[in-house]
Design a protein around this ligand. Structure first.
Ligand code: ADP
Length: 491
């Protein structure tokens, strides 16, 4: 099993679904070609699963939940399976990082960072599995009331292409720790690592049928999975529009959902901030993963007195950024696919046509393959907060900077989009740090920093159109379970 992927690389990697512990072709036999974003060349293929494949995977997960050993296994044993999976991921780190960066176009160091975070998720949830429990509740005389934390049952995980390993890990880590079984549908553009992780999970002792992966298009496999009546809970990370479609599908069965959707996250820089410390963080927050990050810090709000200084320092840094192939490990890689590149380019062109000032552009490495999906980073200055480029999620390496007058103005602009995922606040004034952190509407607020290196332990999720439910940390375990109240009348 461990050599499955490496053996097939030379021939063009032909990945299979993993259903009930077995590798399976889609029943139709249809496959989807997988291209490397760095050069546009097809190097792999995945099954194009449809309704009947989804049904087979859900039935397997259902049986594994209703009849298998997983639910009855002591929590500590389930936790040990996840801990072993984390160790296997560490052992296979180079293979997984190479696979992920080739599949997504991300620089290899980002692939390695993703593997480290992935390992940490399974380590964290492996350790947490036996440390979550219910309560006893003071109730009427003659009664004892208690709560049990029960798994939902079959969890469907619909995963995006930007951080496939990490996002799968936060879903699977929490869902499996609580005793759920899983059917995962990775994104058609980046499915390879999910299949590999499910193989490693079998090796780690997760029973067959507990962790199933089916690949395919969202409109076919994804839609069938989110509407399947034997699925108990649906968790999704991806675009806001797709999140709405998935919630509508899940609503046909009245199922619960966790939605981790888009963002237009602000970073607010006050005049008293340590600007030299802030600058590299401000740039990295939007350049990491080519800006294809839901929590990207894509709007910078700068207090008037330091506006010129910060904007010109950012322009200087932006003009030196270089995009190139994943294995060249430059500032950023290619975007995921040609549609995404076109979308980002269209939004940048529209902003220029609307008269927004382009302050700086990075470059694409001169030796980057011409068929790769590269986009040179763009920085816009003096941006009116109402402009589309300052309101809509670009999901690319595009940053806007906007001046503000005072603290109230900053908070008003920060909260003026439809999103509410993450925010950054840069100031040395302690009272202001607390005030702004409370008033900014975002699921995470970082003070004098941003992103906190993966933050496995930190609850994460959105307000407004950024979604609902919380992932990461201990809170994900509550999302992936439900309270059962048991009342004893003992007189
Ligand atoms: P993008 O539009 O950039 O592909 P999405 O948010 O649509 O991003 O994709 C995230 C995940 O959602 C992918 O796994 C994709 O296949 C899946 N998906 C897309 N459309 C649907 C849908 N209608 N129902 C279920 N899943 C979907």
């Amino acid at each position: 099993m461990g050599t499955h992927l490496s053996r097939t690389v030379a021939q063009g990697l032909a990945v299979m679904n993993l259903i009930d512990g077995k590798q399976m072709e889609a029943l139709s036999g249809k496959r989807i070609d997988v291209a490397c974003p760095s050069d546009g060349k097809v190097f792999a293929s995945i099954p194009a699963s449809a309704v009947e494949d989804v049904d087979m995977a859900v039935q397997a997960a259902r049986r594994a939940f209703d009849e298998g050993p997983w639910g009855r296994m002591p929590a500590v044993e389930r936790g040990r399976c996840l801990t072993r999976l984390g160790l296997l991921i560490e052992q296979h780190g180079d293979e997984l990082a190479a696979l992920e960066s080739r599949d997504t176009g991300k620089p290899i160091r980002q692939g390695r960072a993703d593997v480290t975070a992935t390992m940490r998720y399974y380590e964290f949830y492996g350790g947490a599995a036996d440390k979550i429990h219910g309560d006893t509740i003071p109730f009427l005389d003659g009664y004892t009331a208690l709560t049990l934390r029960e798994p939902h049952g079959v969890v469907a995980g619909i995963i995006p292409w930007n951080y496939p390993l990490q996002i799968l890990a936060r879903v699977a880590g929490a869902a499996l720790a609580m005793g759920n079984t899983l059917v995962v549908k990775p994104a058609e553009d980046a499915s390879l690592s999910a299949v590999r992780i499910a193989e490693l999970a079998l090796e780690a002792g997760v029973p067959a049928g507990v962790f199933n992966v089916i690949t395919g298009y969202g409109r076919d496999a994804g839609a069938a999975l989110s509407a399947h009546p034997l699925v108990d809970y649906v968790t999704f990370t991806g675009s806001t529009a797709t999140g709405t479609a998935i919630q509508q599908a899940a609503a046909t069965n009245n199922r619960g959902v966790t939605m981790e959707l888009g963002g237009k996250s602000p970073q607010i820089v006050f005049a008293d901030a340590d600007i030299e410390a802030a600058l590299p963080v401000l740039v990295n927050a939007v350049i990491q993963n080519g800006g294809q990050t839901c929590s990207a810090g894509s709007r910078i709000l700068i207090e008037q007195p330091v506006y010129e200084r910060v904007a010109s320092a950012l322009a200087d840094r932006f003009s030196k950024l270089v995009a190139g192939p994943h294995d060249a490990d430059l500032d950023l890689g290619a975007l995921i696919n040609p549609m995404q590149k076109e979308r980002v380019a269209g939004m940048v062109a529209a902003a220029e046509e609307a008269g927004v000032t382009l302050l700086a552009r990075g470059t694409v490495a001169s030796d980057a393959p011409s068929d790769g999906y590269y986009f040179a980073p763009a920085l816009f200055g003096s941006v009116d907060p109402g402009q589309a480029i300052a309101q809509e999620e670009v999901f690319g390496p595009v940053l806007t900077v906007t001046p503000f007058g005072d603290e109230a103005d900053a908070i008003r602009i920060a909260n003026s989009t439809e999103y509410g995922l993450v925010a950054g606040v840069w100031t040395k004034d302690g009272a202001r740090q607390h005030r702004v952190a409370k008033r900014v509407r975002a699921g995470q607020v970082f003070v004098n920093g941003y992103g906190a290196g993966g933050g496995i332990e930190l609850p994460f999720g959105g307000f407004k159109k950024s979604g609902h439910g919380r992932e990461k940390g201990f809170e994900a375990l509550y999302d992936m379970s439900a309270t059962k109240t048991v009342v004893f009348n003992h007189g």
